[in-house]
Design a binder for this molecule. Structure first.
Ligand code: 13P
Length: 340
């Protein structure tokens, strides 16, 4: 492992004013998104849609540090025959790859999940590196409901994340470590804080046990936020203050950067929360975005599967990328949304 080079990539992924485009929806997940805009889930449509984002030059060059791809996309060619990985590289962004194989029920833990995909990872990682991937992503899922999460689920998922991270670094690939505490429940922000704190503490303990140098990872956490069905929504300022407090208590300063998932927040909420945290400032790591839905919902809607809408979709993607880039610097304001 060359840790200095891993660190360079991790620093570039979370560089000032830049964040990550999570375009790694599995074929099943992108079907849900396409269903929402009335687009058939074919290989060509998936290619055309992703290609339009990767060719949005302004956003890609100024706001996007890296793109997380799904296995299909990393081998795919653009309409003109250029590999999509090359399109991304030509824009100055770093290609990355989702390597987990989704979740399975965790035995003896009703309602809880474990992320699969460790078994063949040592054979898969060198092939992804050769194809251009310089970072990877593995998502662990922790749900909050009555009686859960259990320590069994937190421990087992943190252990898998650390095993994945060690394997990535051994293959000169920066692991995005993503322990996602879902915001699907009716819990309030303090319950989310309590669970996420536990999950992050356990994750960093497991990373230590697996001897993963933190200078060569990027953390992708959820924010401290109330569940979507909660009767008590937290203000932007409360989310920002509690998330920063939580991260400071759990994430060593050796980690170069933290890139949040959006997790079902609205586009503007995801931007406002990130901005408010960076306005607090004086943080030991760079704080940025690694959004899927909060970057893509607007361009998806604008595109709706029609070649004639590509320009409008690119404008929508460019706008969201720019808003989030400003938020990563703490320089966003809500009137910038209206101006557009
Ligand atoms: P969302 O921003 O839509 O949560 O997706 C980010 C991601 O990569 C989840 O694994």
């Amino acid at each position: 492992m060359n840790l200095a080079d891993l660190n360079k990539v991790a620093v570039a992924m979370t560089a000032n004013g830049k964040g990550i485009l999570a375009a790694d929806e599995s074929t099943g997940t992108i079907k849900k998104r396409f269903d929402g805009i009335g687009v058939e889930n074919t290989e060509d449509n998936r290619r055309d849609y992703r290609e339009l984002m990767f060719r949005t030059a302004e956003a890609m060059k100024n706001c996007i540090s890296g793109v997380i791809l799904y296995d299909e996309t990393i081998w795919q060619k653009a309409k003109d025959g250029t590999p999509l990985v090359k399109v991304i590289e030509q824009m100055g962004a770093i290609p990355g790859i989702k390597v987990d194989e989704g979740t399975k029920p965790l035995p003896n833990c009703p309602g809880e999940l474990i992320t699969a995909g460790l078994d063949k990872l040592p054979e898969r990682l060198p092939k992804y590196y050769e194809q251009g991937a310089r970072f990877a992503k593995w998502r662990a899922v922790i749900d909050i409901a009555a009686g859960i999460p259990s320590y069994t689920a937190i421990h087992t998922n943190a252990h898998a994340l650390a095993r994945y991270a060690a394997l990535c670094q051994q293959n000169q690939i920066v692991p995005i470590v993503e322990p996602e505490v879902l915001m699907d429940g009716d819990h309030d922000i303090d319950r989310c804080y309590e669970v996420t704190e536990f999950v992050l503490k356990e994750t960093f303990q497991q990373l230590y046990i697996q001897r993963v140098p933190l200078e060569g990872i990027v953390l992708k956490p959820n924010m401290a936020i109330a569940g979507k069905k909660s009767a008590k929504k937290a203000s932007v300022q409360e989310v920002a203050e509690k998330t920063v407090k939580m991260l400071k208590a759990c994430v060593p300063g050796a980690v170069p950067g933290i890139a949040f998932l959006s997790g079902g927040q609205s586009d503007e909420e995801a931007t406002a929360h990130l901005d408010a945290m960076n306005k607090i400032g004086n943080l030991p790591w760079n704080l940025t975005f690694s959004y899927g839905r909060a970057l893509q919902a607007a361009p998806q809607k604008a595109w709706s599967g029609k070649a004639g809408n590509v320009g409008a979709a690119q404008a929508a993607f460019n706008h969201r990328a720019k808003m989030n880039s400003l938020a990563a610097l703490g320089k966003w304001a809500s009137n910038m949304e209206k101006a557009a």
